[in-house]
Write a protein that binds this ligand. Structure first.
Ligand code: NAP
Length: 290
């Protein structure tokens, strides 16, 4: 009897996580259809230029995904692959050339870059109006991961104002822009980092309505942490185990209202936000030309 009950509960948990997966997938599919529809009213197709340097397999896979997404909604995407011994000066000169190219609406340089090329130098060179990743100082766009997360939560009916939001991680590409965006939506925001004491981390997590984790530590947030029953957990972490399988920062199926899965969660939302930024870049450029 106990065995049957356990297997029933396990079945329910699997169903719940599958439903979760479908929800994000469905949201992305719906938004992609909307992008296709919007494209019909544009005089030209948005054009994304992706630059990848070196032969990092993860970067190669991310770029493939991004270019596939762009083509799936009818956008144009060209991928330039440079050898790993490319110099910083060479890469900067290519970016400057693409900045001036009127046919290109968005430029994305896939990170991480090989040693010897400064990410800051790249970010200081991409034109803010073409920085569809949203990483450049004064970029015209919201960084893709925070943007994707917020648009999904908005669609799910999450009301941000006055909510207690905790962000784990303070990187310039996820943690900090996520915290800023949540603050702009009137959340009370706490940012935790590697120097936060475990006692404080437990305290803040226990009182959070929304937790966004971007620390990159497999299953770090487990049952030893207490969460509100109606908390929303957003898992940005992408961690690969020894078999190459992907895991998030949270262990799966925590007893909360909603937890985004890994894989099939924030990664899809990030990719969607990139398409949205590209469309926005194209529309802005068309307005400038008028
Ligand atoms: P990162 O630059 O390595 O930053 C990690 C952050 O986590 C740092 O700010 C660090 O604090 C903090 N941290 C480490 N241990 C912590 C702890 N125990 N408690 C609280 N904070 C802690 O990483 P990132 O680029 O932001 O990426 C984070 C993760 O998200 C990675 O797994 C990455 O692959 C993933 N990611 C996913 C997507 C997606 O689309 N799904 C997009 C981007 C990134 P300190 O500042 O004190 O060192």
């Amino acid at each position: 009897m106990i065995k049957q009950t356990l297997s029933f509960v396990k079945g329910l948990l699997i169903c719940a996580s599958l439903m979760e997966l479908m929800t994000i997938k469905e949201f992305v599919a719906k938004r992609k259809q909307e992008l296709r529809d919007e494209l019909k009213s544009l005089p030209r197709v948005p054009h994304l230029c992706i630059i990848r340097v070196g032969d990092d397999p993860a970067s190669e896979a991310y770029v493939k995904g991004k270019s596939k997404d762009a083509m799936e909604v009818g956008f144009y995407c060209d991928v330039i692959v440079l050898p790993s011994d490319t110099s910083e000066a060479g890469l900067l000169s290519l970016i400057r050339e693409k900045n001036l190219d009127k046919e290109i609406d968005g430029i994305l340089v896939q990170l991480p870059l090989p040693k010897g090329i400064s990410t800051k130098a790249i970010n200081d060179t991409i034109a803010p109006e073409k920085d569809v990743d949203g990483f450049v100082l004064n970029s015209h766009f919201i960084p893709c991961t925070p943007k994707g997360i917020v648009s999904y939560l908005q669609e799910e009916g999450f009301l941000f104002a006055g909510k207690n939001a905790v962000v784990l991680g303070r990187s310039q590409i996820v943690g900090i822009p996520m915290a800023r965006l949540l603050l702009s939506l009137d959340c009370d925001v706490t940012v935790l980092h590697s120097k936060t004491s475990d006692e404080d981390r437990k305290f803040y997590l226990k009182h959070a309505d929304l937790v966004v984790s971007a620390i990159g530590k497999m299953g770090y947030l487990n049952e030893s942490y207490e969460f509100k029953k109606d908390a929303i957990l957003v898992d940005v972490g992408i961690n690969r185990d020894e078999n190459g399988k992907l895991h998030g920062d949270f262990v799966p199926s925590l007893p909360v209202k909603m937890q985004t899965p890994v894989p099939g969660g924030v990664g899809l939302l990030t990719r969607l936000a990139l398409l949205e930024n590209l469309l926005e870049a194209t529309k802005n450029e068309l307005l400038r030309r008028k």
